[in-house]
Design a binder for this molecule. Structure first.
Ligand code: IVH
Length: 688
């Protein structure tokens, strides 16, 4: 590293400018956000220490990226600001903000606590929505804060943004500011599709959002679904005479926007004092992984507008707001090696062994590389410096290589087949079929890795639900040659089980009891447990409902299978192939001999319940039914439970603390029921 501050400042400026260009103009980031922040902070610190180094063109003196020529420029009536970041990322960092506010507002120790609005800091792209007399007339990006880009066409593809505010008395001009983002499920779905079709997956949801908003073709933008949360206002004119209807607090503004149909996130709070800010920070941190979208922190805002006005601005930042960040979900580290894991279906998944790095709240030392195509596309090699992403409960993945950090001489490209011509677990031949993304071990049930994975799947909670049969036991059962197929589980005796490590005494009896209990199951669980390719839990249920009897299903040809809702040719062939394999038939017969049984019925008969063909979405906590129970009841009545609300949803069942799904239902005029109405409906059927 350069020691001379002037040279270092110049170097930092060059690195930051380059990163900005790659990020904003080329949509192809070269460094992680965390690395960017570090460079930026180092430059800020250098400039603070040596003020003469601060040139007017320094990246620290600008708000954001540059606009490209492709979209018409939009000059913001009110500049789009940035917010100051609290550098102490512990919850107690919040106390600094509160202390500063009290000082600035000249409050003494005896004065009351300051009221704050707390909200999430969404990790997407800032958008200004301009409504004139309640009608959406323009949408623009932030750009450099003064001038953004006109992205009205693409923003119109975001379903949840109303094109008209739901009020009889809209302000003359109301600019709603907020974040356009891609939800994690939408991101995962889009990437899974891209990987399956050999397309280019998105690096992270934020890039997905930026790319989608700045797509030149709105049809392409619409294929990358975005969502939106409002967090503030821009220009406001004629909100009542002299803007008298403008709510006096920030939280009041968001409440009003929500009531007009603008999406506002529910995880916000109005609190008093610094301690409560820290509590909010802590509470949200605990839930960060389970949110359906990325956040990079929380934001605190002085709630009363009158106080905001008194506090005013420093350079381009309001004094009354601060961003309090969480550890980044992307970090840079080194690839120490590339290995493969063998899964249930024999797929060899390449895994990068990493120099351990703290990312997304945990230390990560392995990250998936998905398959050979992905390794080739990203060109990941041993020794490379890479950006690793871990967000939500999704397994960590390598998102890209930092090209200019590749060691020289260059390490060779990595090829799975060349490195593993034989399965590292069983030594069987490894193949990659023409046109397939996966590389596979041909060992089938000879392969201990595949056997272990299929047993774990067979025993899992949503399959046969054998409590206590975890990885450690399965390893032993397979390695000691005690269990070859799931059917062998039902032949285990007490002496054998008690001879396993850590299985003395009661545990052995407990395991046998759990195995015994699993004998009585349902056809849907049994089908799911078999691990038929492309047959997940939902398909297994559809098959069980449609055929009613296992023998009926086993006799069905591809055409008959395709009569089942949502079963297409690929799934139908997988099922037919599975039942054409003599070994699989032997295992099924042995399971039946071992006492595994389920109630059988005439095909599709039960499906003709009162909710036949209806799609139901559950949200919030119901007073007496658990989510699983409600789902089972709806399915038993012939209905289908879906995770998200759309125009195709027939009912939304809402309980306490129902969130955005309820709002969406109201927006789309979907019928909303409470628990008792659901139960009545199941009893009597819909009135049509
Ligand atoms: S308030 C006057 N609130 O964070 C303050 N910003 O530097 C204007 N962001 O790019 C911003 N969630 O797009 C605010 N709840 C939130 C936010 C939020 C995300 C983004 C915003 C901007 C950056 C602020």
């Amino acid at each position: 590293m350069t020691r001379d501050p002037e040279a270092r400042a110049a170097e930092l400026r060059r690195l930051i400018e380059e990163a900005n260009h790659n990020y904003y103009v080329l949509d192809a980031p070269t460094i992680s956000d965390a690395e960017y922040d570090r460079l930026f902070r180092e430059l800020q610190a250098l400039e603070a220490e040596h003020p003469k180094l601060r040139s007017p063109d320094s990246p620290t003196q600008r708000v954001g990226g540059k606009a490209t020529a492709a979209f018409a420029p939009v000059r913001h009536a009110v500049p789009m600001l940035s917010i100051r970041t609290e550098t102490n990322s512990e919850p107690e960092g919040a106390l600094n903000f509160d202390a500063r506010m009290r000082r600035e507002l000249r409050l003494g120790d005896d004065d009351p606590l300051v009221e704050y609005a707390c909200e999430l800091k969404f990790d997407g792209l800032a958008i200004n929505l301009r409504y004139e007399r309640g009608v959406l007339v323009q949408a623009a990006t932030r750009g450099d804060g003064e001038t953004g880009e006109d992205v009205t066409h693409n923003v119109r593809t975001i379903e949840s943004i109303p094109s008209r505010l739901r009020t009889e008395t809209p302000p003359e001009v109301l600019e709603v500011r907020g974040e356009a983002y891609m939800s994690r499920p939408d991101f995962e779905r889009y990437n899974a599709k891209q990987r399956a079709n050999g397309g280019t997956p998105l690096v992270n949801p934020r890039n997905g959002a930026a790319g989608s908003i700045r797509q030149l073709d709105p049809a392409l933008a619409a294929q990358r679904p975005l969502s939106f949360f409002a967090y503030g206002l821009g220009e406001v004119r004629g909100w009542g005479a002299d803007n008298r209807d403008w709510p006096a607090t920030h939280s009041g503004v968001l409440d009003r926007l929500a009531s007009w149909g603008v999406p506002v996130n529910d995880d916000r709070a109005v609190v008093h004092g610094g301690r409560a800010l820290a509590d909010y920070h802590r509470a949200i941190a605990a839930r960060r992984d389970s949110l359906s979208f990325d956040i990079d922190g929380v934001v605190y805002k002085v709630n009363r507008r009158e106080l905001q006005d008194r506090l005013g601005f420093v350079s381009r930042e309001p004094r009354w707001a601060v961003a309090h960040k969480y550890p980044p979900q992307e970090e840079m580290t080194e690839v120490l090696g590339i290995e493969v894991n063998v899964g249930r279906t024999g797929a060899l998944t390449p895994v990068a062994r990493l120099k351990p790095v703290f990312v997304g709240g945990v230390t990560v030392s392995n990250a998936t590389l998905h398959n050979q195509d992905e390794i080739d596309r990203k060109d990941v090699r041993v020794g490379d410096t890479v950006i690793v992403r871990r967000a939500g409960d999704v397994i960590p993945e390598v998102v890209q290589v930092v090209a200019d950090r590749r060691p020289s001489p260059e390490p060779p490209r990595f090829n799975i087949l060349a490195t593993y011509p034989a399965c590292p677990v069983c030594g069987s031949r490894v193949v990659r079929e023409e046109g397939e993304a996966v590389t596979r071990c041909t060992g089938g049930l000879v392969c201990a890795a595949q056997r272990k994975q299929s047993l774990l799947h067979f025993a899992s909670r949503r399959a046969m639900d054998i409590e206590g049969l975890g990885e450690r036991l399965v390893d032993q059962l397979v390695e000691r040659d005690l269990v070859h197929s799931p059917a062998d589980l039902y032949r285990l005796d007490l002496a054998t089980v008690a001879g396993l490590e850590r299985m003395a005494g009661k545990s052995a009896a407990n395991l046998l009891a759990a195995i015994g209990k699993s004998r009585s199951t349902t056809l849907a669980r049994f089908l799911f447990a078999l691990g038929i390719g492309n047959v997940g839990e939902t398909t297994a249920k559809d098959l069980a409902r449609h055929f009613g009897r296992l023998d009926e299903l086993m006799r069905a040809d591809v055409e008959r299978l395709m009569l089942v809702p949502d079963v297409g040719p690929v799934v139908a062939h997988s099922i037919a192939d599975f039942f054409a394999e003599p070994h699989n038939l032997e295992v099924i017969a042995a399971l039946r001999v071992g006492g595994v049984h389920w109630p059988e019925h005439e095909g599709a008969a039960v499906a003709a319940g009162p909710l036949l063909g209806k799609t139901v979405v559950l949200t919030g906590t119901l007073p007496s039914l658990s989510r699983e129970e409600a789902k089972a009841l709806i399915e038993a009545a012939g209905g289908k439970v879906s995770g998200s609300v759309s125009k195709k949803t027939d009912y939304v069942v809402a309980g306490a603390e129902a969130g955005s799904k309820l709002t969406k239902a109201q927006e789309l005029s979907v019928k909303v029921l409470d628990e008792s109405q659901l139960l009545a409906l199941i009893e009597t059927g819909p009135k049509t």
